[in-house]
Design a protein around this ligand. Structure first.
Ligand SMILES: [Zn+2]
Length: 269
């Protein structure tokens, strides 16, 4: 899902308009560049490995017609499979000094483990927050270097967004192995999947989006999560990229409710 772009000079050029699951990015710096054949091939191979191509109907032995081209179906992991009432909560676009500590406080109070999808440029600015996230036992996932829509970048630029994101995290936590990556705006493509596979990363989606980034009110955010939460849910929240006070206020409501309803929070696996 979309979020407001993170606070950086480059992202100031990005405007987002959002309708349900679709982001329209205006005025984005989409430099056309020569595509890398090597990366394209790598992406295609990785996509095949990840099972991203739907199986084509098998032709009979007498059928001389070529098999139809398989449809490309990039699919991130959108749910957790850890048993009844097991769910996950994720926080994107941070770390942010105004909001990440507040999110961590609520999670600590309720002894809940979460996943933070961090933006590389913010990691570089706030390494102490990344350490705090890690020290509290939360999972850290990649969320690009500067939060562009990766579908609008060429394969080399996509790889750079992933690599710089990982390098920023590694600089803070040299021994931490990042396992997951969430594409900004949910912008999955063959190139993104190929770059992730090349870096040993898995694509992390979500199934519950309360659109907290649009600031509909803490009560609305809480109600949206409450109404959608079910076994396997991955909840999308934001601790950066804009004002997130409502996200935290909502978390203080729906998180303890979910716990008393028997939900338990796990990391994606
Ligand atoms: Zn984001």
């Amino acid at each position: 899902m979309c979020s407001e772009p993170v606070n950086s000079a480059r992202l100031a050029r990005v405007r987002t308009e959002v309708t349900t699951d679709v982001c329209q990015i205006h005025d984005m710096d989409t430099t056309s560049a020569t595509s890398s054949r090597r990366t394209l091939l790598m992406g295609a191979a990785a996509a095949t490995t990840l099972g991203l191509f739907a199986a084509a109907p098998s032709a009979s032995a007498t059928d001389k017609q070529p098999a139809p081209r398989p449809a490309f179906v990039p699919e991130p992991v959108r749910t957790v499979d850890a048993g009844p009432r097991r769910v996950a909560v994720t926080f994107d676009d941070g770390p942010h000094p105004d909001y990440t500590p507040g999110v961590l406080r609520v999670l600590r109070r309720h002894r809940v483990r979460a996943t933070f999808c961090v933006v590389g440029s913010e990691v570089e600015k706030h390494p102490q927050l990344v350490r705090a996230i890690h020290d509290a036992g939360h999972m850290i996932a990649g969320h690009s270097w500067s939060h562009p829509d990766l579908r609008r970048l060429n394969p080399d630029e996509v790889a750079e967004q992933v690599d710089r994101n990982l390098a920023a995290i590694a600089k803070v936590l040299p021994r931490y192995r990042v396992e997951w990556f969430r594409a900004p705006y949910g912008g999955w493509s063959a190139e993104v999947m190929g770059a992730l596979s090349a870096s040993g990363l898995r694509p992390l989606g979500w199934s519950v989006d309360p659109r907290d980034w649009s600031r509909p009110g803490a009560d609305v955010i809480a109600e949206r999560v409450r109404g959608a939460l079910t076994t396997g849910s991955i909840v999308l929240n934001h601790d950066g990229g804009g004002e997130r006070d409502q996200t935290i206020a909502a978390l203080e409501v729906w998180l303890p409710e979910a716990l008393s309803d028997g939900y338990r929070f796990v990391h994606p696996a």
